[in-house]
Design a protein around this ligand. Sequence first.
Ligand SMILES: [Ca+2]
Length: 310
Amino acid sequence: MKRLALLLLLLLAAGAVWLAARGGGARRDPVERLVAEMVQIPGRDFRMGKYEVTQAQWEAVMGENPSVFKGADHPVECVSWDDCQAFLEKLNAHPAARASGLVFRLPTEEEWETACRAGSTNAYCRLADGTEITEATLGRVAWYNENLSTRPRWLSRFLDFAERLVDRVREVDWSETESHKPVGRKEPNAWGLHDLHGNVWEWTETPVGEDRVSRGGGWYDSAWDCGASTRCWSSPSDRGFNFGFRLCATQRPAAEETHAENAESAEPRPGEAGSPAGGAGERSEPEGVTHAEVAEPKSRAESAESNLSN
Ligand SMILES: [Ca+2]
């Protein structure tokens, strides 16, 4: 009897070890994954995130998820340009980011467009087999308003608990088919990047006056909005369920790297009152803006008759 109990105990222990090993492999740290998934852009000195930043990745860095439409592997949204700066500051101080030798930031709109086009000169991207996407075939690479049923605009603006009680709201299908989709479900462009067209608008560094440019269109938008040259700009403090971002990264200068290594030993415990990595410059913390504020992309959108020289 004792032997049987011992055998059972051993079997249970072996099973637990096996499950832990399996789970550990599958559950790779979201930040490590984010850092590992940067794609080198051919002929250029920067890398771009293979995907939009996801809600799991945002939460791993920031400790909360502001998105209206939840889904761990969906793109994070309702993040303002200012919020992105706070995210980048924390990410650049993260051990996984430091170990990569990369400095993470938002792309400029020119970098975004280069990455999006992957060599195409028409309104949309080029695929790995050389096919150039057109308005008629945009559904191959993008989630946008032609392949997602969208809810009434007024409703999306005023998503709150009280309105769920209204009869009209009861008729709305709340399933995920009505918002953005998990990243990476559409075909990548020729350089392996997903969802540049559609899913969520992506903040860039590029200013227009006091505003900042977003690119690529979102799940709520038309094919025109999702074009490689279409630009939209809005206040850095605006948030919307249609706004997310993608990382850009460049190699950390060697001098800065040794400085960072030397500074590391003098640092307080990681995670507490973190000092910005490598002097990220002044940045204002987003001030008490509630995540309930849902900003629509401004109608100030236009087609930038190519910001690129070619
Ligand atoms: Ca996108």
